[in-house]
Design a protein around this ligand. Structure first.
Ligand SMILES: NC(=O)c1ccc[n+]([C@@H]2O[C@H](COP(=O)([O-])OP(=O)(O)OC[C@H]3O[C@@H](n4cnc5c(N)ncnc54)[C@H](O)[C@@H]3O)[C@@H](O)[C@H]2O)c1
Length: 255
């Protein structure tokens, strides 16, 4: 068991990469707070973990709301006795914004959830990790935190890539400040992954083909393939790794 006696909180844990990470961490021995904006999906994932013999609780929170975030961190600490691992997987793309938003509102909506929604849980979790003797924070950036989007995917003005660049810089800055406290902070930069976030793109067979061809491996990733890398960063196997951005992208950014 690679996460024996570890306690984790996963935001966006009700779906996709957060869901796969919650299940994998629990299977590796961690107690997991599965947190999502959607309480039903968070609870369903936690219930599945418990049914498989693991330890988990489902928690509802909006990651942009400080009171919500403080409440769920406190709930994990109360239930399991501390906090060692935070996965910031809650995130949105421009396509998911409310339809009546204008472009300024859409930009702000994505930045709030992807950037503030990474910073705020990290800020609150660091306090709990200090009291627990150290920890590991894993932020979900993206290939589009590293490179620009091709023209057919964005006009350069929408927020997704901007937000993921900010997540990388939060990762580095916090890693430097937290290293002496035994708190490591790293980012994953996935290519396109089969999740609800990309469902709207995958529904169009031509777009799906274009996306597959954009990755040298000729396919999209599976949530479990990202979770496997989150597990490495969460575990003591990565004990000398902090401030890193790990590409998990089928070769996308190697081109
Ligand atoms: N799927 C991909 O291709 C891909 C690629 C690169 C990076 N990422 C990043 O990985 C992370 C997870 O993406 P995914 O593909 O698993 O998406 P997903 O849509 O499957 O899951 C995201 C989860 O976040 C939750 N969420 C949204 N807003 C929230 C809020 N304000 N508070 C709390 N929870 C909230 C949603 O309810 C959902 O359950 C995101 O940050 C995303 O940007 C995804």
């Amino acid at each position: 068991m690679r996460l024996e006696n570890k306690i984790a909180l996963v935001t966006g844990g009700g779906s996709g990469i957060g869901e796969a990470s919650s299940e994998l961490f629990a299977a590796e021995g961690a107690a997991v707070g599965v947190c999502d904006l959607n309480p039903a999906t968070a609870e369903a994932v936690a219930e599945r973990i418990r049914a498989a013999g693991g330890r988990a609780i489902g928690l509802q929170a909006d990651v942009t709301d400080r009171a919500d975030v403080e409440r769920v961190v406190a709930a994990v600490v109360r239930e399991f006795g501390g906090l060692h691992i935070l996965v910031n997987s809650a995130g949105v793309s421009d396509r998911g914004a409310p339809v009546d938003y204008n472009e300024d509102q859409r930009w702000q909506w994505v930045m709030d959830i992807n950037v503030k929604g990474t910073l705020l849980p990290s800020r609150v979790a660091v306090e709990a990790m200090r009291r627990s003797g150290g920890g590991s924070i894993i932020n979900l950036s993206s290939i589009y935190g590293l490179v620009g989007r091709p023209e057919w995917l964005g006009d350069g003005f929408s927020a997704y890539a901007h937000s993921k660049g900010a997540v990388l810089q939060i990762t580095r800055d916090l890693a430097v400040k937290s290293a002496h406290e035994g708190i490591r902070v790293n980012a994953l930069c996935p290519g396109f992954v089969h999740t609800n976030l990309t469902a709207g793109l995958q529904d169009n067979p031509e777009t799906l083909r274009q996306l597959e061809e954009a990755h040298p491996m000729g396919r999209l990733g599976q949530p479990r393939e990202i979770a496997n890398c989150a597990l490495f960063l969460a575990s003591d196997e990565s004990s000398f790794v902090t401030g890193a951005a790990l590409s998990v992208d089928g070769g996308y950014t190697a081109q």
